[in-house]
Design a protein around this ligand. Structure first.
Ligand SMILES: O=P(O)(O)OC[C@H]1O[C@H](O[C@H]2O[C@H](CO)[C@@H](O)[C@H](O)[C@H]2O)[C@H](O)[C@@H](O)[C@@H]1O
Ligand SMILES: O=c1ccn([C@@H]2O[C@H](COP(=O)(O)OP(=O)(O)O)[C@@H](O)[C@H]2O)c(=O)[nH]1
Length: 462
């Protein structure tokens, strides 16, 4: 088996269990199983950086190769082009795109830096797998340095329709850079279809039924590879007794109360304000629900230097305060809002102890929290997943209660349906959903992508 070299903006700290972000979780789960090299930014910013060689560290089966970024790189490449241009653009939020040409310069510079660092660790037989929107030009940079190994790319976030992509300057360069990879993977068929429309409308190419695109003399394979989780590992975590969660759950049981849980990075794509409004609407529409249910929302800090993230935090804190001010009683707090990072073990126990998983992004590549919530449920008394139709996960998890995250009344009605759903129906839905997350788990994601990258297999091959 060839050595796998994975490259992503950030590498996860494999010695810790709290990882804010699905990319880190999904890759860590997959890479631990196969072993290999993981290269990326070490999370540090320096004034100047004169050390081109990556720092090497071995953790179990994985060798980590990390590089620092300069303060200028961080501002222009990470906060700038990646998170103030591509992130809002790819999540259909043209109103939040802040394009500056220095951001694009920084983006190109850091991709060249990644290519230099990577060249120093590559061996001729390596197979390279690049992750996410931060590194779209990396294949072209590597080719310029004489790298002729096969290079794959996986986009963890949505790929929007051509009318949206076309709103950003240099969009043609961006998509042509993407097409320098040998294999391009998306989370959903919708994303794949959007690439097809772009190449047909703007580049005059055709995408075949099996995802092959011919560009000049080269052939690129595009496909849908939904990311999954290590289901058994998560089930095990959820079944492990957690004293703090158990005490809290006993108290709720005595009082006959239920819990709705939401866990997200504090990102404007996650639909958090409307989620809180939907919970308040539940209490308005169904007064009998008051004092019988609470919403626990864990909101993990992320990208706090970007203005849009400062705004969303303020909005959320004001909203949770207002809902509690309006509905709380001396012995009942309707919203428990936690601004912090919680270890995955604790999350697993919290998911199991919650009767509803409330996952309502306005747009999301996949959303691993949705899959983790399913994995954490017991078959005896499972909870219900209420899931946005705009999460990538909704293409697969059809037995969840699927909602429109822009429609507060629809979410409130479905919350009520979830909280009152008969046990038999909950069990049926849970069994079907469990089958689905097992079918497309972390191993399947890795293996199906590798089949395309190593052997040129397509998703719809006859
Ligand atoms: O590293 P940050 O800037 O703090 O952001 C964390 C990660 O967020 C995004 O995750 C995406 O990947 C998940 C797994 O495939 C997917 O389920 C989710 O829908 C996506 O939002 C981002 O794409 C990563 O690059 C970031 O590391
Ligand atoms: O406090 C937290 C918040 C989130 N997560 C994990 O971070 C991932 C979030 O991934 P998801 O795909 O849902 O969204 P993303 O943040 O990548 O957009 C999930 O595995 C969560 O369990 C965590 O470990 N601790």
């Amino acid at each position: 088996m060839k050595r796998l070299v994975v490259v992503s903006n950030r590498v996860a700290d494999l010695s810790r269990s709290a990882q804010a972000g699905g990319l880190a979780v999904g890759l860590a789960d997959s890479l631990r199983q196969r072993g290999g090299v993981w290269m990326g930014w070490d999370g540090q910013t320096l004034k100047y950086d004169d050390q081109p060689e990556p720092r090497i560290r071995k953790i179990g089966t994985v060798t980590q190769a990390t590089i620092p970024l300069t303060e200028q790189d961080y501002a222009e490449y990470y906060l700038g082009f990646s998170n103030s241009v591509l992130w809002p653009l790819f999540h259909y939020r043209l109103d939040l795109v802040e394009y500056k040409s220095v951001f694009l310069d920084g983006y190109r510079r850091v991709n060249a830096k990644f290519a230099d660092a990577l060249t120093s660790v590559l061996q001729p037989d390596d197979i390279i797998w690049v992750h996410d929107y931060h590194l779209i030009p990396l294949a072209a940079e590597l080719r310029q340095r004489g790298c002729n190994q096969r290079i794959g790319f996986f986009l963890h976030i949505p790929f929007p329709p051509p009318e949206i992509i076309a709103a950003v300057p240099r969009h043609r360069w961006l998509v042509e850079s993407l097409l320098e990879f040998d294999v391009i993977g998306f989370q959903t068929n919708t994303d794949l279809g959007n690439l097809q429309h772009y190449v047909e409308d703007h580049l005059g190419c055709r995408m075949e039924q099996d995802g092959r695109i011919r560009i000049g003399k080269r052939e690129v394979i595009a496909g849908c590879f939904p990311i999954g989780i290590d289901v058994d590992a998560f089930v095990e975590m959820a079944e492990k007794p957690n004293e703090e969660v158990a005490i809290e759950t006993q108290r709720r049981d005595i009082l006959g109360r239920k819990q709705i849980i939401g866990v997200d990075r504090l990102d404007y794509t996650k639909g958090l304000p409307d989620r809180l409004r939907a919970f308040a609407r539940l209490l308005e529409l169904y007064p009998e629900m008051r004092k019988t249910v609470a919403l626990m929302q864990i909101a993990t800090p992320t990208r706090e230097e970007v203005e849009a993230y400062v705004e969303i935090r303020k909005e959320l804190e004001a909203l949770s305060g207002a809902i509690n001010g309006r509905f709380a009683d001396f012995n009942w707090t309707p919203v428990r809002y936690i601004h912090g990072t919680v270890p995955r073990e604790a999350l697993a126990a919290l998911f199991r102890a919650s009767q509803v998983g409330f996952v309502t992004p306005l747009r999301d590549g996949m959303n691993l929290v949705a899959k983790e919530y399913i994995a954490a449920q017991s078959m005896e008394d499972p909870g219900v997943l209420v899931l946005s139709k705009f999460a990538g996960a909704a293409e697969e998890l059809r037995e969840a209660l699927i909602v429109n995250p822009y429609d507060v009344d629809d979410m409130a009605r479905n919350l009520c349906r979830a909280l009152t759903m008969p046990l038999e129906e909950r069990r049926e839905r849970q069994a079907a959903l469990m089958k689905r997350i097992r079918k497309h788990d972390a191993r399947h994601w890795l293996e199906s992508f590798m089949a395309a990258l190593e052997r040129g297999e397509t998703q719809h091959a006859a």
